[in-house]
Design a protein around this ligand. Structure first.
Ligand code: HEC
Ligand code: HEC
Ligand code: HEC
Ligand code: HEC
Ligand code: HEC
Ligand code: HEC
Length: 496
C-alpha cells in the first residue's frame, strides 16, 4: 500500500508525538465545550485547558518532527535514501495532496493557537486565576476583596493594568510566585507594601482621575463603648476630599494639597512605611519646604538608608480592596446594623475580646469563639446566659462571620499585619506626618488640627447633641484628659 505521508513520518517516536497531540487536542475541545455548558466554573479547568494541554499539544508536535528528523537521518545513513532535503514536486498528484494536507493543517493549527493564546491571555487575567487557583495563599486577599468596594474590578486592573510590558512583567513575577508556592517559599503573611506595584497613575487613575474630586463627603461613624449598656456614641465628619478641578472654581481639600498642587516626597525608615521622620513638599512655584521630626527619635544614618518615595494614591489608599478590619470597627458596624443585639449587656466588650484572642486555625477559631462567648456569659452573667440564649447565639454567628472575613491565621494575616493608611484611629495613617511633630526650618508645623482634613459637624454622647457647621470641638468618648491631643490615637487604639 502506498503511504500518504512522507516515509520519515512512519516511526515510533512520531507516532507517540501524534498520539500526544491528538489526545491533547481532543481533550481541549472537550473541556472548552464542557465549559460552555457548565454554570459554575472550576478554576483549575482553565489551567488545564488553556495552559497545560496546549503545552502538551505543542510538545507532541515537536516530538513528531523530532521523530521524522531522526528517521530521515537513519534512512540516509543506511543509504536507502540519498536525498538530503525534502523534495516537493507539485506536478506529482500525490505530492500535491500531501502538500495541501499540510497547508490546511498548518493554517488550522495557527488559527487554533491564536485562539488558544488569546484564551490563555484572557484566562490568566481573570479574578478566578489570580484569586482562586492558589487558594490557600491568596485566600486572605481574595476574601477581603470580595467584600470590598472593588469586588467587581478585576485583580489585573489594579495589579497589571493595560499594555504588553506590564503583562509580561506580571507573568515573569507570576512564574516566580508559582515556584514559591510549589516549593513553599512564600512569606506568611505576604509582604507589604508591594514594592513592584504599578504606579497608581496608570491603574487607579484609569477609573478615578483627580479632576473629578470635588465637594466634600459626609461620613457618619457610630461606636459602642465597652460598658454594660454598650453606650452608643456617634460623630459626623465632613471630609474635605475636593479640589481636583481647577476649571470649576476655587480648589482646596485633601486631594488638591496632597496630590495635585504639591509634589510630596518622604523618607520612611521602616519596611512598612509607617515611620516617616522626613517629608518634603514642592509647590507649583518650585518652593521647597522640608518638614522634619526633631525629637532625636531617629539618626541621620537611618534617614540616609530609608526608602525615599514620591507620594501617590497608594500612600493613603493602601487598602482600597484588601481591607482587614480591626475587631472594634467590625463589631461597631454589626451592632449599628442590628446584626448583634445592642441590648445584650456587655456584648461589645465580650465580642471584641473574642475576636482579639489568638487562634491557630480559621476552622478552630469558629468553635473557639462560640465557646469563649458562652463561657464569658455563663461565668460572669449566668442570668443573661440563661434568658438571652438566642441573642447570644446569633451574636456568635456574626462574630464567626467577621472572623472569617478579617482574620486568616494560616497565613498570619490580620489588621495588625497590614496597617491601613487612610484615617488615624486604629493605625497611624495620616498622623505618620500630621502628628504635630513635623516642623519646617521656618517653624511651620504639619497641622494636626481636627478641622484640617474634616469638619466635625456633630457629635453625640449620652444624648447631648452638639452641632455646628464650623465644626465642634472634639470630645473623646471616655475621659482621658488631653491625651488625645498629645498622643496619636493609634498609640492607644492599636492595642485593642
Ligand atoms: C482596587 C485595586 C485592587 C484590586 C482590584 C486588587 N488589588 Fe491586590 N492590592 C492592591 C494594592 C493597592 C495593594 C498594595 C498594598 C500596599 O502595597 O500596601 C495590593 C496588594 C496585594 C497583595 C499583597 C499583600 C497585601 O495584601 O498587601 C496581594 C497578594 C494581592 N494584592 C492580590 C490580589 C488579588 C488575588 C486580587 C484579585 C482577587 C487583587 N489583589 C485585587 C490593589 C488591588
Ligand atoms: C476598573 C476601575 C477601577 C480601578 C482600576 C480602581 N477603582 Fe476604585 N472604585 C471603582 C469603583 C467602581 C468604585 C465604587 C464606586 C462607588 O461605590 O461609588 C471604587 C471605589 C473606590 C473608593 C471609595 C471606596 C469607598 O469606601 O467608598 C476608593 C477610595 C477607591 N476606589 C480607590 C482606588 C484606588 C486607590 C485604586 C488603585 C489602586 C482604584 N480605586 C482602582 C473603580 C476602580
Ligand atoms: C493624602 C492622602 C490621599 C491621597 C494621596 C489620595 N487620597 Fe483619595 N482620599 C483620601 C481621603 C482621606 C479620602 C476620604 C476618606 C474615605 O473616603 O475613606 C479619599 C477619598 C477618595 C475617593 C472616594 C471619593 C468619594 O467621593 O467617595 C476616591 C475614589 C479616591 N480617594 C481616590 C484617590 C486616587 C485615585 C488617588 C491618587 C490619584 C488618591 N485618592 C490620592 C486621601 C487621599
Ligand atoms: C508623607 C507625609 C504625609 C502623609 C502620610 C499625609 N500628609 Fe497631608 N500633608 C503633608 C505635607 C508635607 C503637607 C503640606 C503641603 C504644603 O507644604 O503645603 C500636607 C498637607 C495636607 C493638607 C493641607 C493642610 C493645610 O494646612 O491646608 C491636608 C488637608 C492633608 N495634608 C490631608 C492629609 C490626609 C487626609 C492624610 C491621610 C489620609 C495625609 N494628609 C497624610 C504630608 C503628609
Ligand atoms: C491629616 C488629616 C486629619 C487630621 C489632622 C485629623 N483627621 Fe480625623 N480623620 C482623617 C481621615 C482621613 C479619617 C478617615 C475617614 C474614613 O474613615 O473614611 C479620619 C477619621 C476620624 C474619625 C473617625 C475614625 C474612625 O475610623 O472611626 C474621628 C473620630 C476623627 N477623625 C477625629 C479626629 C480628631 C479628634 C482630630 C484632631 C486631633 C483629627 N481627627 C484630625 C483625617 C484627619
Ligand atoms: C490615652 C489613650 C487614648 C488615646 C490617645 C485615644 N483614645 Fe480613644 N479610647 C481610649 C479608651 C480607653 C477608650 C474606651 C474604650 C475602649 O477601651 O475600647 C477609647 C474609646 C474610643 C472610641 C470608641 C471605641 C471604639 O473604637 O469603638 C473612639 C471612637 C475613640 N476612642 C476615638 C479616639 C480618637 C479619634 C483619638 C485620637 C484623636 C483617640 N481616641 C485617642 C483611649 C485613648
Amino acid at each position: 500500500m502506498k503511504r500518504f505521508l512522507p516515509k520519515s513520518f512512519y516511526n515510533p517516536i512520531s507516532f507517540a508525538g501524534t498520539t500526544i497531540s491528538v489526545v491533547s487536542f481532543a481533550v481541549i475541545v472537550f473541556l472548552v465545550v464542557l465549559e460552555m455548558f457548565e454554570k459554575s466554573r472550576n478554576p483549575y479547568m482553565g489551567v488545564i485547558a488553556f495552559l497545560i494541554l496546549p503545552g502538551a499539544l505543542f510538545f507532541g508536535v515537536a516530538i513528531i518532527f523530532l521523530g521524522m528528523f531522526l528517521e530521515h537521518r537513519r534512512r540516509r545513513r543506511s543509504a536507502s535514501d540519498s536525498r538530503r532535503y525534502l523534495r516537493i514536486d507539485l506536478n506529482d498528484a500525490h505530492h500535491r495532496s500531501v502538500f495541501m494536507f499540510f497547508a490546511v493543517l498548518t493554517v488550522f493549527l495557527l488559527m487554533f493557537s491564536a485562539f488558544g493564546a488569546y484564551q490563555a491571555y484572557e484566562y490568566t487575567e481573570t479574578v478566578q486565576f489570580c484569586g482562586e487557583v492558589c487558594h490557600k495563599v491568596m485566600k486572605p486577599e481574595y476574601t477581603a476583596y470580595m467584600y470590598s468596594p472593588h469586588a467587581r474590578v478585576t485583580c489585573a486592573e489594579c495589579h497589571v493594568g493595560s499594555g504588553a510590558d506590564w503583562y509580561v512583567k506580571s507573568k515573569l513575577s507570576g512564574a516566580y510566585q508559582v515556584y514559591s508556592v510549589l516549593f513553599n517559599k512564600y512569606t506568611r503573611p505576604i509582604e507589604t507594601p508591594v514594592r513592584s506595584l504599578r504606579p497608581a497613575q496608570q491603574t487607579c487613575e484609569q477609573c478615578h482621575w483627580p479632576k473629578y474630586f470635588y465637594t466634600e463627603k459626609k461620613i457618619e461613624k457610630t461606636y459602642f463603648l465597652p460598658d454594660e449598656k454598650n453606650t452608643e456614641w456617634w460623630i459626623t465628619l465632613l471630609m474635605k476630599i475636593g479640589g481636583g478641578n481647577t476649571e470649576s472654581g476655587p480648589t482646596s481639600g485633601i486631594h488638591w494639597h496632597m496630590n495635585i498642587r504639591n509634589k510630596i516626597t518622604y523618607v520612611a525608615i521602616d519596611s512598612q512605611r509607617q515611620v516617616i521622620p522626613w517629608v518634603q513638599s514642592v509647590g507649583p512655584d518650585g518652593k521647597v519646604v522640608t518638614y522634619k521630626v526633631n525629637d532625636g527619635s531617629f539618626t541621620n544614618d537611618q534617614l540616609a538608608k530609608g526608602e525615599k518615595r514620591l507620594m501617590d494614591c497608594i500612600d493613603c489608599h493602601n487598602r482600597p480592596t484588601h481591607i482587614y478590619r480591626p475587631p472594634n470597627q467590625s463589631v461597631n458596624e454589626a451592632m449599628k446594623l442590628g446584626w448583634i443585639d445592642t441590648r445584650l449587656p456587655f456584648v461589645k466588650a465580650i465580642s471584641v475580646d473574642a475576636l482579639s484572642q489568638h487562634y491557630a486555625t480559621g476552622d478552630g477559631a469558629k468553635d473557639s469563639i462560640g465557646i469563649y462567648v458562652r463561657e464569658q456569659y455563663a461565668e460572669q452573667y449566668p442570668q443573661i446566659a440563661r434568658t438571652k440564649k438566642a441573642d447570644i447565639d446569633s451574636a456568635i454567628a456574626q462574630l464567626q462571620k467577621i472572623y472569617s472575613r478579617n482574620f486568616f491565621p494560616e497565613m498570619r494575616v490580620s489588621w495588625k499585619k497590614y496597617p491601613n493608611n487612610i484615617g488615624h484611629l486604629y493605625d497611624p495613617g495620616c498622623f505618620r506626618c500630621h502628628d504635630g511633630k513635623h516642623v519646617s526650618d521656618d517653624g511651620k508645623i504639619l497641622s494636626k488640627d481636627c478641622n484640617t482634613c474634616h469638619v466635625i459637624l456633630a457629635q453625640d454622647l449620652n444624648d447631648k447633641l452638639r452641632l455646628s457647621l464650623q465644626g465642634v470641638e472634639y470630645r473623646h468618648p471616655v475621659d482621658i484628659g488631653d491625651a488625645w491631643k498629645e498622643m496619636n490615637c493609634s498609640d492607644c487604639h492599636r492595642g485593642q
